[in-house]
Structure formats: structure tokens, C-alpha cells
Design a protein around this ligand. Structure first.
Ligand code: HEM
Ligand SMILES: *[C@@H]1O[C@H](CO)[C@@H](O)[C@H](O)[C@H]1NC(C)=O
Ligand SMILES: *[C@@H]1O[C@H](CO)[C@@H](O)[C@H](O)[C@H]1NC(C)=O
Ligand SMILES: *[C@@H]1O[C@H](CO)[C@@H](O)[C@H](O)[C@H]1NC(C)=O
Length: 257
């Protein structure tokens, strides 16, 4: 704050008042300096405290946004519970028993509302769609061409797909998400498959929720091991290894985005 002149502070306050007065129903996305400072510091400290309470939460929040954004844009639709008008996204196949972080989002929303009451941001969607979540978000059994087409449906190129997949340098997956890959696929390192089988029984229904890191090297560090692992056939999900399996994404994986 020391770099703000008092004039800038006064102007910002005036703009803030103007904004509050003239827009009782409308939230603004304009980031006036003071407001932006307050908004971002509130969000940032909320995220930081959630991650220091549990390291995996960074990964979980990132994935929550991905799943929100693939249904009608990044509009908070994933946060909505069922109403009489629609079935929400929380129980869709890619989300149920899997997406985490709703409590963190709720907590941060309350803190933002307190710090910047009713002024800044964007109103959440008023509708959601379970079927769009099921249709738009690719499952881990996807082939490379399925992945590319689901991303293309969101306006994302194959290169974007290759690079966004690097988010799997963070976080964990349940046995149910990688069982078929470690028992039935041939594009997997033998000793890696064996290690993963030890905590993920082949029988469907047993150990379904047992966790393994998506990046076996460093699952809380944002680095490029995701791509290095694919090159040595140690991708956890079938869909991960599809990026390096003799197809069109191989060269991108070698250059790690
Ligand atoms: C390319 C297609 C993708 C597929 C098929 C896919 C699939 C999955 C699956 C099956 C899991 C494990 C879920 C579970 O077992 O509960 C997972 C976890 C995760 N995904 Fe993806 N994903 C994809 C793309 C992305 C993208 C684009 C992002 C973000 C930019 C992302 C971020 C994550 C993160 C961070 C986790 C770990 C979450 C946690 O530990 O709570 N994924 N993904
Ligand atoms: C939402 O509705 C769906 C479909 O009717 C149902 O399967 C699900 O259990 C409901 N979720 C909750 C939390 O009520
Ligand atoms: C359902 O939609 C109607 C029409 O848009 C709206 O007036 C009503 O409040 C909605 N009901 C709920 C529970 O959101
Ligand atoms: C592996 O493939 C066989 C034959 O398709 C199938 O019966 C079995 O359920 C699969 N196993 C797993 C763990 O996916």
C-alpha cells in the first residue's frame, strides 16, 4: 500500500462509492486498485490457509474449477445443489465422491462478501446441468481422440489439451479411476503397475477409493514430472498415458509444454 499516493486512495474510494451506489443489483468486474487488493488478498489468504491445513487441497481446488468450467463456462454452476428446476452437477459421474473443496469455496465466499460486500466479482450461475457434466468432462478411460474432441467442444486446441493435462502433476486419484489401466493396459511400466496394484485390488468394488498420486514423483509440486513420467510409461490414468502412446501428442509431451 505504501506506493499508493493519498490522491490515488481518495480517487479509489470515490470510485468505490460510485460503484456501490450505482449498482445495487449488478456486480462489477472492474478491478479498482484498493478493491482489487482487498479482493485478491482475501481470496489468496483463504486459499493459502486451506492448503496449509491440507496440501492436497490446491490440487482439489484446481480440479473443481476445471469441472465447473467444462459446463457452460466458469460460472460456479458446479456449486449448485439440486432444485426443482434442474439436477445439479455434484452427483454427476466425474464429480460424485471425487470433487473436493466445496467447503473451502463456501468459506472464502463468505470472507469475500465480508471484505468487499456486494461489489466485486460475478454472480454465480442460477442453473446447472448434471447431464452436461457427464457429457462434457472426459472420463479416464478416454482415448486420445476422445480427449481431443471433448476439449475441442470447449474451444480448446489439442495443444491446450496437452498442456492443461499437466495439472496432473498435482493431486491424487482413486483406484476406481486407474484400475483398468494398471491391470489391463500394455502401455505401462511393469514395475510401476505392480506397485500400484498393491494398493488397488483388481476386483471392482474392493478398494475403489484407495488413493495414489497422479505424479508418483512429486504430487504437491507444480513441475513437469507429469510429462517425464509419461515418457517412462508411468502415467497413472489410461487417459494420461494416451498423451504418450505413439500418437499425435508424443512430440508435445517431449517438449513438456
Ligand atoms: C484431459 C482430460 C482429463 C481427464 C480424463 C481427467 C481425469 C481425472 C481423474 C479420473 C482424476 C482422479 C479423480 C478421482 O479418482 O477421484 C483426476 C484428478 C485430477 N485432475 Fe484431472 N482429468 C483431466 C484433465 C484435467 C485438467 C484440465 C485439470 C486442471 C487444469 C485437471 C486437474 C486434476 C487435478 C488437480 C486432480 C487431482 C485432484 C485431487 O487430488 O483432489 N485434470 N483427473
Ligand atoms: C440430485 O438429484 C439427482 C437426480 O434426481 C439424485 O440422484 C441426487 O441424489 C440428488 N442429490 C441430492 C444431494 O439430493
Ligand atoms: C425455477 O425457475 C423459475 C423460472 O425461472 C423461477 O421463478 C423459480 O424461482 C425457480 N425455482 C427455483 C427453486 O430455483
Ligand atoms: C480387464 O479386461 C477384461 C476383458 O475385457 C475384463 O473382463 C476385466 O474386467 C478387466 N479388468 C479390469 C481390472 O478392468
Amino acid at each position: 500500500l505504501s506506493s499508493f499516493s493519498s490522491m490515488a486512495v481518495i480517487v479509489s474510494m470515490a470510485l468505490l462509492l460510485l460503484l456501490v451506489k450505482s449498482s445495487s443489483a449488478q456486480l462489477s468486474t472492474n478491478l479498482y486498485p484498493l478493491l482489487a487488493l482487498s479482493y485478491f488478498s482475501t481470496v489468496k489468504s483463504g486459499v493459502q490457509s486451506a492448503i496449509s491445513a491440507e496440501k492436497r487441497m490446491g490440487a482439489s481446488l484446481l480440479r473443481l474449477f476445471f469441472h465447473d468450467c467444462f459446463v457452460d463456462g466458469c460460472d460456479g454452476s458446479i456449486l449448485l445443489d439440486n432444485t426443482s428446476n434442474f439436477t445439479g452437477e455434484k452427483d454427476a459421474l466425474p464429480n460424485k465422491n471425487s470433487v473436493r473443496g466445496f467447503d473451502v469455496i463456501d468459506k472464502i465466499k463468505k470472507q469475500v462478501e465480508k471484505a468487499c460486500p456486494g461489489v466485486l466479482g460475478r454472480r454465480d450461475s442460477t442453473t446447472a446441468s448434471e447431464s452436461a457434466a457427464n457429457n462434457n468432462i472426459p472420463p479416464p478411460s478416454s482415448s486420445l481422440s476422445n480427449l481431443i474432441s471433448k476439449f475441442s467442444a470447449q474451444g480448446l486446441s489439442p495443444k491446450r489439451h496437452d498442456c492443461l493435462s499437466g495439472a496432473h502433476t498435482l493431486g491424487k486419484a482413486r483406484c476406481i479411476s486407474f484400475r483398468a489401466h494398471i491391470y489391463n493396459d500394455s502401455d505401462i511400466d511393469n514395475s510401476f503397475a505392480k506397485t500400484r496394484r498393491a494398493n488397488c485390488p483388481s476386483k471392482s468394488g474392493s478398494g475403489d477409493n484407495n488413493l495414489a498420486p497422479l505424479d508418483f514423483e512429486t504430487d504437491t509440486e507444480f513441475d513437469n514430472y507429469y510429462y517425464k513420467n509419461l515418457i517412462i510409461k508411468k502415467g497413472l490414468l489410461h487417459s494420461d498415458q494416451e498423451l504418450f502412446n505413439g500418437g499425435s501428442a508424443d512430440s508435445q509431451v517431449k517438449s513438456s509444454c
